[in-house]
Design a protein around this ligand. Structure first.
Ligand code: FE
Ligand code: FE
Ligand code: ZN
Length: 275
């Protein structure tokens, strides 16, 4: 099983690989840059190269690079849409330097413009941020549907993919907290949710899972992550999820409210429950 957690990129690439190893992880996620925005760090090729060989030797899952939360590809403000598209382009160019990586972003909030318009704007932003020869798969994250978020319905994600020029290189990151909050009952009806995902988007596009419990009830359209087993999904539901035959080979990334010791404990717990 490939499982790991979100890690801090502040001390560089190799430090993350070692942190991952120290908590029993063989997968990890990090922010491309400060989650509230700002410039990309200067690229340290030696450090990145060291991480790549270290993780390759240990058969790690793809590095999952998360875009900053500030990007809104479907803002009503054209300047903010452009900022999101340009920054994504920079992030993706940076990832050309690191083999075996995935890039996940929140599709955005249409802020009253309507879902249809939001979808068009997101597809357009992707067209300008992606390029011929891209080596990274870009993942749309399943969202909880708080406020005017786009991407809480599988149909919306499917439409973005089908409208985007580089749709072949676009996949989905399935966030268990968000999806459950959005009204997909992955605890009591996991098979039918996966069938629906498969019919709408295609399970082969599901490239990564954000494994989180939720502080809020089913269908609450909130986005509050809980530690594994301490939320409304519960340990049993999460264990069934990671062991599902259609999901067990996907990489799992914890985004639970934990420090490294907490992540180590959750990873050990889940490895112990993997069949
Ligand atoms: Fe996210
Ligand atoms: Fe997430
Ligand atoms: Zn979240």
């Amino acid at each position: 099983m490939h499982i790991g957690s979100h890690l801090s990129f502040s001390k560089g690439y190799m430090k993350m690989a070692k942190d991952a190893e120290s908590i029993g992880a063989n997968a990890f996620q990090y922010f491309s840059r400060n989650p509230r925005g700002g410039a990309l760090k200067e690229f340290d090729a030696a450090d990145a190269g060291a991480m790549v060989s270290y993780c390759k030797e240990r058969d790690f899952a793809p590095y999952l690079v998360h875009a900053p939360y500030v990007y809104n590809a479907c803002s009503a403000d054209e300047g903010l849409r452009d900022y999101a598209a340009r920054s994504m382009a920079e992030d993706l160019q940076r990832q050309q330097e690191i083999e075996n990586s995935l890039y996940v972003f929140h599709p955005g909030s249409h802020v009253g413009q309507g879902v249809e318009r939001g979808i068009d704007q997101i597809a357009k932003a992707l067209d300008s941020a992606m390029f011929d020869g891209i080596s990274t798969t870009v993942l749309l994250e399943t969202m909880s549907g708080k406020g005017s978020e786009v991407g809480s319905r599988f149909e919306e994600l499917a439409q973005i993919i089908s409208k985007a020029k580089y749709g072949k290189y676009i996949g989905v990151c399935f966030d268990t907290c968000h999806t459950y909050s959005a009204g997909y009952d992955i605890v009591n009806s996991l098979d039918s949710v996966l069938d629906e995902f498969d019919k709408t988007i295609g399970l082969e596009r599901l490239k990564a899972v954000h494994l989180n419990d939720s502080m809020t009830p089913f269908n609450s359209h909130k986005d509050r992550h809980a530690k594994i087993g301490e939320g409304s999904l519960g340990l049993e539901g999460i264990v069934a999820f990671i062991n599902h035959p259609k999901l067990r080979d996907k990489p799992f990334y914890l985004e639970t409210p934990n420090d490294l010791d907490g992540y180590a404990a959750e990873i050990a717990l889940l490895r112990g429950k993997a069949v």
